[in-house]
Ligand binder design. Structure first.
Ligand code: ADP
Ligand code: MG
Length: 298
């Protein structure tokens, strides 16, 4: 298991502890809820684990439309008319598919799914098999797991999970990584390099992180915003002929890239009387004008 962990860790920047704990839970035959905002390595980690195990990873989004039959599967209506119900004309949903292929079923925003869907899921998790009407009992392969995710900032349209649900689940809270790790991720995902690339990575990460601490923002941007900011700024630099970060037009270019890549990713506080653009301008000014030391290269 230690060798497996080392190989999986090679796909990730940091996250040693989260990987170890998740791996221990799934290797113990258990299901788990990963509780963290978007962009905190959940999918990346699960892809690396399932790739290492050589099993499928099936994605489902938890929302009010996720009925039990969407999760389990349904009989093809045209074929039912011709042939009547049979196991043969059953179209497996993601839960049955994961059970039969021994894969991980990854339910994002798990707490948004309706109560009866959660119950179906809990039964499958507890019994490792499921009874499908007119098909029979379907048993799960050994490696079948349910991994759920929840966003702690999400308070709209969520079902308050009952204590009986909580009692059946393991849980790991996952937060944002430190700035060093985020710079590593952005560098890895963008391939940006050279003097301009390096300064851009540092600025984009610092500016993105600042969106998580601004008083008018309820939920800031994940590292995805920083990745896009570096990519967009890189193309803007080409268009405008900006080749080094000492160019007097550099800072304004970063602001333009922020508008495109961060304004839709920040969620303002309901009581804040401002706009995403104005908040981003403040963050930009703080970073470049008020505390220029923080903006110095390196
Ligand atoms: N620890 C990490 N190592 C490498 N890349 C990461 C890491 N965390 C996040 N990323 C990158 O950031 C983006 C979002 O990560 P993802 O795993 O999809 O987040 P989540 O599933 O939690 O929303 C992806 O492009 C991913 O490649
Ligand atoms: Mg994800």
């Amino acid at each position: 298991m230690a060798a497996t962990r080392t190989r999986i860790a090679a796909h990730l920047v940091g996250r040693g502890r989260e990987l170890e704990l998740t791996l221990a839970a799934v290797a113990a035959g258990r299901d788990i809820v990963l509780e963290g905002p978007p962009g905190t390595s959940k999918t990346t980690m699960l892809k690396a684990i399932t790739a290492e195990w050589g099993i499928p990873l099936l994605f489902v989004e938890g929302n009010a439309d996720l009925t039990p039959s969407k999760l389990v599967g349904h009989h093809n209506p045209a074929r039912v008319l011709r042939e009547d119900y049979s196991a043969d004309n059953f179209v497996a949903g993601p839960l049955v598919e994961a059970m039969q292929s021994g894969g991980f079923l990854y339910i994002e925003e798990f707490n948004r799914a309706p109560e009866d869907t959660l119950n179906t899921l809990l039964t499958a998790m507890a019994d490792r098999s499921i009874a499908v009407p007119r098909v029979g009992s379907i048993a799960a392969l050994d490696t079948f797991r349910v991994i759920a995710s929840m966003n702690p900032y999400d308070n709209l349209g969520t079902t308050r999970l009952s204590t009986s649900v909580h009692d059946r689940l393991n849980r790991l809270a996952i937060g944002y990584q430190d700035d060093d790790a985020e710079r590593g991720i952005v560098s890895l995902r963008t391939g940006a390099q050279g003097p301009l690339g390096e300064v851009l990575i540092g600025d984009a990460v610092a500016l993105t992180r600042a969106t998580r601490d601004h008083p008018d923002i309820r939920q800031g941007s994940s590292v995805r915003g920083a990745i896009d900011c570096v990519l967009v700024a890189g193309r803007l630099a080409e268009l405008r002929g900006i080749e080094d970060p000492g160019d007097p037009r550099y800072r304004e270019m970063v602001y333009d890239a922020m508008v495109v890549t961060l304004s839709g990713r920040i969620h303002l506080d309901e009581s804040a009387e401002t706009t995403p653009e104005r908040v981003l301008r403040e963050i930009w000014e703080d970073h470049f004008v008020l505390s220029p030391a923080a903006a110095a290269p390196g």
